[in-house]
Write a protein that binds this ligand. Structure first.
Ligand SMILES: Cc1cc2nc3c(=O)[nH]c(=O)nc-3n(C[C@H](O)[C@H](O)[C@H](O)COP(=O)(O)OP(=O)(O)OC[C@H]3O[C@@H](n4cnc5c(N)ncnc54)[C@H](O)[C@@H]3O)c2cc1C
Length: 212
């Protein structure tokens, strides 16, 4: 705690009003930093409003899988973390799953294209090995055979497929909710710090400012 007090007088200026700084502002404000956010246009002006905002934990490096698993969990509990008023708690994440399809090398490339077939077989093998690694660290990911894929999604023809990997906790985010709610919470934390500490010197300094 004494650490928190010793850093609380620091003033951090964040440049840019997108998702990154919305959440950074919250974390800094939670730790007692003075936060100023400078935005050259308007909140959400950059990539945050242009993103496909896909989020997934199906990766090939263990640390990334763990990090993204945490990230999906964090966004699934976003409104609890940010203490969003119930009337403003719209969805921030849609976990509708990610399905990666892999082609059957023998169907997808002619017999004389050995290199292509070998590469495709290898890709499918690596995908299966990744699933084994991901399952070991608790990701609810599965390997699906072609018939199972067709059964679950009848519009997908199974003939050319070697299989698929499917993780139902992957999905996409609603970035506008991230930055709007993030900055709302950062401002709220500023007000709360001011009320709690109450001194003239710290009040204005502890309130995160947004300039647009
Ligand atoms: C087409 C597209 C698809 C994407 N798809 C995905 C996806 O599926 N999954 C995923 O995780 N990510 C995706 N991304 C990436 C993701 O959108 C970005 O990583 C994220 O939005 C970055 O957020 P940010 O807050 O760091 O930056 P930004 O949202 O770009 O915010 C930067 C802000 O800084 C402001 N600014 C810039 N210069 C200055 C200055 N000198 N002074 C003051 N303000 C300044 C800008 O106006 C802007 O508002 C995608 C991005 C794009 C463009």
């Amino acid at each position: 705690m004494s650490n928190t007090h010793s850093i609380s007088a620091e003033h951090v200026v964040l440049i840019g009003g997108g998702s990154t700084n919305a959440l950074t502002a919250v974390r800094l404000a939670e730790r007692g930093f003075r936060v100023t956010v400078l935005e050259k246009a308007k909140i959400g002006n950059g990539s945050s409003s242009r993103s496909a905002a896909g989020i997934r934990a199906q990766f090939s490096i263990e640390e990334t899988v763990i990090g993204m698993q945490y990230s999906e969990w964090w966004y699934a509990h976003f409104h609890q973390h940010l203490r969003t008023p119930p009337e403003m708690s719209q969805s921030v994440i849609q976990q509708n799953g990610y399905l990666f399809l892999y082609e059957d090398p023998e169907q997808a490339a002619p017999v004389w294209k050995h290199g292509v077939r070998r590469e495709m077989a290898q890709t499918w093998q690596v995908a299966r090995a990744n699933v084994a690694m991901q399952q070991l660290i608790g990701l609810p990911v599965e390997i699906l055979e072609p018939q199972e894929i067709h059964y679950r999604w009848p519009h997908i023809e199974p003939d050319r497929l070697a299989g698929a990997t499917w993780c139902p906790s992957d999905g996409f985010l609603f970035p506008q909710m991230i930055y709007m709610e993030g900055f709302r919470r950062a401002q709220e934390l500023g007000r709360r710090f001011a009320a709690r500490n109450g001194s003239d010197r710290s009040d204005p300094a502890r309130r995160p400012h947004h300039h647009s």
